[in-house]
Design a protein around this ligand. Structure first.
Ligand code: KMH
Ligand code: ZN
Length: 274
C-alpha cells in the first residue's frame, strides 16, 4: 500500500487555550507545535494563525511570519495554509494566506457551506468555491478539497468539470461536523471520488482516531491535530500536537503502513516543490 501521509492541523481557528493550554497562538508556539508534529511523523502542516491573544486572523503578514519561521526550522515540511479561516471572514480576507512568498504549494479549498454548530454557518457559495479554485489554479497551488459531506464532493466535481481543478484531485473528508463519522460515511465518500484521486480522512473530536484507523486500513491518508481534537485519549488532554501525530503513526505502525516523508508525500500528491 502507498505510504501514509500524516497531516497535522496544529492550530485551527476555533479551539482555545482554555480548552487545552497547548493550543498555539504566538509565532513561537506555532513553530513549536509544527516542529513537534513534523518530528513525530507529519509531513503536512495544515496552518491557521492567530494574533497573540488567540484571535483568528488570515493576515498575510502573520502567515508570512509563521510560515517563514516554520520553514527555517523544518525546511522540507509541506505547509498547507487554510483558506477557510474562521466563520464570518470575507473571501478576500481568507485568500490572504495564499499571497505569501514563496507561493504555497498546497492550500485548503472548502467545497460547500456547512453548519458549524449552534448558529454558526461557514459560508462557501458556488461562486466563492469556483473563484478560490481559479485563483489557486492560476497561482499553481494544489488544492486540498475540504468536504464536510458528500454534497461537497459533488460541488468539487462541478468545479473540476468547469476546468477549475486539475487531476489528480486530493480530497479531505472532514467527518463529524455536518456528516457523521462512521466507516460507512467514510466509505461512501471514498466511493464517490474519481479513480486516481488521493484522499485524507479526518474525524472531529472523539472520532479522530476512528477515522485515522479506518483511513490507514482503506489506503487513504490521515489528518489529526488540535484543530480537530484536543485529547490523546478519553479525558486526557494532548500535551502537544506531536502526541496526536505520534498516536496516528503508532496505529499505522501496528497495521504495517509506512509513513511518508515530505518528499514522498509530494510525490503521492503530485505537488511541485517550490
Ligand atoms: N475554521 C473553519 C471555519 C479550512 O481550514 O479550510 C474553516 C476551516 C477549513 O478550518
Ligand atoms: Zn482548517
Amino acid at each position: 500500500m502507498e505510504k501514509l501521509i500524516i497531516a497535522a492541523a496544529i492550530c485551527g481557528a476555533e479551539v482555545t487555550k482554555e480548552q487545552n493550554p497547548a493550543v498555539p497562538y504566538t509565532v513561537e508556539e506555532i513553530v513549536r507545535e509544527a516542529k513537534d508534529s513534523y518530528d513525530a511523523g507529519a509531513s503536512v502542516i495544515h496552518l491557521h494563525v492567530r494574533e497573540d491573544d488567540g484571535t483568528p486572523t488570515q493576515s498575510k503578514d502573520r502567515f508570512q511570519e509563521c510560515v517563514s519561521a516554520i520553514l527555517r526550522e523544518r525546511p522540507d515540511a509541506i505547509i498547507q495554509p487554510s483558506t477557510g479561516g474562521a466563520v464570518g471572514m470575507t473571501d478576500l480576507e481568507r485568500l490572504q494566506s495564499t499571497e505569501i512568498t514563496p507561493v504555497p504549494e498546497f492550500a485548503t479549498l472548502d467545497c460547500g457551506t456547512c453548519n458549524f454548530g449552534g448558529d454558526e454557518i461557514f459560508v462557501n457559495t458556488d461562486n466563492t468555491i469556483f473563484n478560490f479554485a481559479k485563483i489557486m489554479q492560476e497561482r499553481g497551488i494544489k488544492p486540498e478539497l475540504e468536504c464536510f459531506d458528500k454534497g461537497m464532493i459533488d460541488i468539487a466535481m462541478k468545479a473540476y468539470k468547469k476546468g477549475l481543478l486539475d487531476a489528480p484531485l486530493h480530497f479531505d473528508f472532514v467527518l463529524g461536523v455536518q456528516m457523521t463519522a462512521t466507516v460507512r460515511d467514510l466509505s461512501f465518500c471514498v466511493d464517490s471520488i474519481p479513480p486516481g484521486s488521493t484522499w485524507t480522512g479526518c474525524g472531529i473530536g472523539r472520532y479522530e482516531f476512528d477515522m485515522a484507523a479506518a483511513s490507514i486500513i482503506m489506503g487513504g491518508h490521515v489528518r489529526v491535530g488540535f484543530e480537530d481534537n484536543l485529547f490523546v485519549e478519553k479525558g486526557v488532554l494532548a500535551k502537544s500536537n506531536g502526541d496526536l501525530v505520534a498516536k496516528a503513526a503508532g496505529i499505522a505502525k501496528m497495521l504495517g503502513r509506512e509513513i511518508a516523508s515530505p518528499a514522498e508525500a509530494r510525490e503521492i500528491l503530485s505537488i511541485k516543490p517550490r
